[in-house]
Design a protein around this ligand. Structure first.
Ligand code: GLY
Length: 350
C-alpha cells in the first residue's frame, strides 16, 4: 500500500514543533487556579453511548470513575461490539479472554485484570481489584476466582456471530491443515475487517469536583495466542491518570504501547505544557520512531504498519485525540453535546 508522511499536516499538528514546545513547556504543573468545573468525557469511536451515559451520571454528581465504568459497561454488554466484553472476538482456540484496567485520579490507585474468561464486565472486576485488594493486577484463573468470590456469574461470552468469525478465520488460515476453506463466503468481507482486529474501548472523564479517572476494557487481539495480554490492563500503557495533570488512554495495537508506556507518556507531555492533542501526537511520533526497530511492525519506508489511537483530557477540561493513520474518530461529551469527532493524525495514506 502506498503511504506518505504528510509533512504539512505533521507540522500543522504541532508535532513538528515538539522540541521547542517541550523546552518552552519545561515541567510546569497546571496552576490549580486554572482548574474549572467543566465536565468532559472522552472515549474511543465505539464509545458514543458510553460518553452519553457517563455525562448523565456526572450531571448527577457522580465521581468520574463511577461514570466511566457505567459508560463502558454498555459496550461490554453489547454483543455487536466484537472488541469488548460479551461478543468480543476470541483467541486462536475460540476462547474469549478479556483485559481491563481502571484508574482513579483522586486516590492515584488502579486495578486491573488480564486474560479473564467467562466474566463479561472485566472493568467492574478491575475496580474491585483496586478497592478490595492490596494488589493492582490479577490474571487468568486467579482473576476468575476473585470475580466469582465477589459474586460475578460465569457466562459463555462467545456469541454465535463471534464464533462464526473465528471459524472462518481458522478455515481460511492455511491450506496445509485439515480444515477445508469455508463453504459459505457470506462473512468474508466482514471477516477481512477483523483479521488484524484489536479494538477496545477507553473512556476518561473529568467530574464536577475537577477529578479525573479512566477505564480501558477489551477482548484484545482477535486470534491472539492464549494468554496474550495487551496494553489495556497495564497501567501506564493502555491507561494512565494523574489527577494533577490529566488522563489518557489508548486503543489499537497494544504491543506498541507496552513497549513505550505511552499513556503515561501522553500525561507527561501534558505535564510539560502540551495540549491533550499535541501530547497524543508526540507520543505517536515517538512510537513511530521506535516501530522501525520492531520486526514486521514497519513497512519498507519505515512507516508503522499498525493503527494506534490516544485520547486525553487535562485538568482544565481540554481534550484531544490522535491516531497513527488518518481516518480515526473519537467520542466526546463536552457537557453540551455528545459527538464523534475526527482524531488528529500523524500520517496519511496517499
Ligand atoms: N489495545 C488493545 C490490545 O492490544 O489488546
Amino acid at each position: 500500500m502506498s503511504v506518505k508522511l504528510s509533512r504539512r499536516d505533521f507540522i500543522k499538528s504541532g508535532v513538528g514543533l515538539s522540541a521547542s514546545a517541550m523546552l518552552a513547556g519545561g515541567t510546569n504543573f497546571l496552576d490549580a487556579g486554572q482548574v474549572g468545573r467543566r465536565m468532559v468525557v472522552i472515549s474511543s469511536s465505539n464509545g458514543l453511548k458510553a460518553t452519553e451515559k457517563a455525562m448523565e451520571l456526572l450531571n448527577q454528581g457522580s465521581d468520574a470513575l463511577d461514570a466511566v465504568i457505567a459508560g463502558v459497561n454498555i459496550v461490554e454488554d453489547d454483543p455487536n461490539d466484537h472488541s469488548v466484553g460479551y461478543g468480543g472476538l476470541p483467541n486462536e482456540e475460540g476462547v474469549v479472554e478479556l483485559d481491563a484496567s481502571v484508574m482513579h485520579g483522586p486516590t492515584h490507585n488502579a486495578g486491573a485484570v488480564a486474560s479473564l474468561r467467562k466474566i463479561k464486565n472485566p472493568s467492574k472486576v478491575a475496580r474491585l481489584v483496586m478497592e478490595r485488594t492490596a494488589h493492582v493486577l490479577l490474571v487468568g484463573k486467579g482473576a476468575l476466582k476473585f470475580a466469582k468470590a465477589h459474586g460475578f456469574k460465569e457466562e459463555n461470552l462467545l456469541t454465535d456471530k463471534a464464533r462464526e468469525i473465528w471459524l472462518r478465520r481458522k478455515e481460511q488460515l492455511s491450506d496445509s491443515d485439515f480444515w477445508y476453506p469455508p463453504k459459505s463466503e457470506t462473512l468474508s468481507s466482514e471477516l477481512c475487517s477483523y483479521v488484524s482486529s484489536y479494538g477496545t474501548i477507553n473512556c476518561c472523564a473529568l467530574d464536577v469536583n475537577g477529578n479525573l479517572s479512566g477505564v480501558t476494557t477489551t477482548s484484545g487481539y482477535f486470534y491472539k495466542i492464549p494468554g496474550r495480554v495487551g496494553d489495556s490492563p497495564i497501567i501506564g500503557a493502555g491507561l494512565y491518570v494523574d489527577n494533577d495533570i490529566g488522563a489518557a488512554g489508548s486503543t489499537g495495537l497494544g504491543e506498541a504501547n507496552l513497549l513505550t508506556c505511552a499513556s503515561f507518556m501522553v500525561v507527561e507531555f501534558m505535564r510539560r505544557g502540551n495540549s491533550p492533542e499535541e501530547a497524543c501526537l508526540k507520543a505517536l511520533e515517538r512510537i513511530g520512531q521506535k516501530a522501525k526497530l520492531w520486526p514486521g511492525r514497519s513497512d519498507e519506508n519505515g512507516f508503522p504498519r499498525f493503527g494506534l489511537n490516544f485520547y486525553a483530557i487535562n485538568k482544565k477540561g481540554e481534550y484531544g485525540a490522535a491516531c497513527m493513520w488518518k481516518g480515526a474518530h473519537f467520542a466526546v461529551h463536552d457537557g453540551k453535546e455528545n459527538k464523534l469527532m475526527d482524531s488528529a493524525y500523524l500520517f496519511k495514506r496517499k
